[in-house]
Design a protein around this ligand. Structure first.
Ligand code: ADP
Ligand code: MG
Length: 346
């Protein structure tokens, strides 16, 4: 298969198993996002792919060429055609923007024109080329780092939390521009992020890393709606997780009787709903009643914490309510649940 294949790759530092048997493939030209808590092995995995570390076990194959394996194959980093944007961007502070972009290019007559071409590719004004890195904004520095990585005409590009230093508006704009650029260049890309929205919007595939392993990988919508366990569920967004008795495709829980997406499972289980599946109901006909115990304004909506009447206190759910006159604390509310609940494995 063309693209990136990571097969049973492990890497330890002393007693720390930073990467512990990772399998992952990215078809050529596609994007995958890796998410995971700090210390879960994301950077180590990228460094293994880039060739800055050698795996203790497993194989890394790019477009059919073995880059590294346990038998001792180790293609040097500069021969891999893999572009790497490290976590801190890391422009050379003592080199101009042009020299940063052209760092890995052969010296020659066409170097300057290639640098100009790359600047254009990342929508960087040519006037910026004579500047020093510290004279650029965070977003511009990011684009210079991207241009430098693209200079090698990589077959694969690795981005380690590239947008984390940017503020919200710029971050979304830079992300969109980067995705468009990678698409246009047809480069296979692997993005590490701990921003869920970034992961969900960047890629065809998300891999969730935990303790050096891929806990789950799949299409963003599948991971969002059908996470295997509660840790993955909460990592990818807010989740309402409730204990339930499950039988024949239905769950009995504090929100009443709900359809679930697993007809085989029986017995006690934990089920998950995304907050957008639960709404404050206008009519009295909605069955689930509760009492508002907290109201939090978060900008685009209010988050109501509702104590469910059926649970005799104790079981609360968080519900989003549009900005406007939200129910007050202590007022009774009724809830409506949309779509099936998902049965978790843990
Ligand atoms: P992440 O990028 O997900 O935050 P890392 O890959 O940087 O995680 O680190 C994974 C684990 O490996 C951590 O426990 C970290 O302390 C350890 N680690 C990473 N690099 C080294 C190193 N060069 N020497 C020793 N331990 C390391
Ligand atoms: Mg890291």
């Amino acid at each position: 298969m063309s693209g990136l294949e990571i097969q049973a790759v492990s890497k330890s530092y002393g007693a720390v198993r930073a990467v512990a048997g990772v399998d992952l493939s990215i078809p050529a030209g596609q994007h995958t996002a890796i998410v995971g808590a700090s210390g879960s092995g994301k950077t180590t995995l990228l460094r293994l792919i880039a060739g800055f570390e050698a795996p203790d076990a497993g194989r890394i194959v790019l477009n059919g060429v073995v880059l590294a394996d346990a038998a001792g194959t180790m293609v040097p980093a500069h021969k891999r055609r893999v572009g790497y944007l490290p976590q801190d961007g890391a422009l050379f502070p003592h080199l101009s923007v042009a020299a940063n972009i052209g760092f890995g290019l052969e010296k020659g007559a066409d170097r300057a024109s290639r640098v100009g071409e790359l600047a254009e590719m990342v929508a960087l004004d040519r006037a910026m080329l004579a500047r020093w890195p510290h004279e650029l904004s965070g977003g511009q520095q990011q684009r210079v780092a991207l241009a430098r990585a693209l200079a090698q005409r990589p077959k694969l590009i690795l981005l380690d939390e590239p947008f984390s230093a940017l503020d919200t508006g710029l971050r979304a704009a830079t992300r969109k521009a980067t995705i468009a650029l990678l698409d246009a260049a047809g480069v296979t890309a692997l993005l590490v992020t701990h921003d869920q929205a970034e992961a969900l919007s960047f890629s065809e595939q998300i891999a969730v890393m935990r303790d050096g392993r891929v806990a789950q990988a799949g299409a963003p919508i599948d991971l969002y709606l059908r996470p295997r366990d509660s840790a993955t569920a909460t990592f990818l967004g807010d989740a309402i997780i409730l204990p339930a008795m499950v039988n024949g495709g239905w769950a009995t829980c504090a929100l009443g009787s709900l359809a679930v997406d697993d007809a085989q499972r029986t017995g006690s289980a934990r089920i998950m709903l995304r907050p957008e599946q639960v709404q404050i109901a206008e009519s009295d006909s909605a069955r689930v009643a509760g009492k508002v115990v907290d109201v939090e304004f978060v900008g685009h909506s209010c988050v109501l914490t509702v104590d469910l009447a059926s649970s005799n206190g104790g079981q609360t759910v968080q519900v989003r309510s549009p900005v406007g006159p939200a129910p007050m604390v202590a007022s009774p509310v009724r809830l409506r649940v949309a779509g099936p609940a998902h049965v978790l494995q843990d």
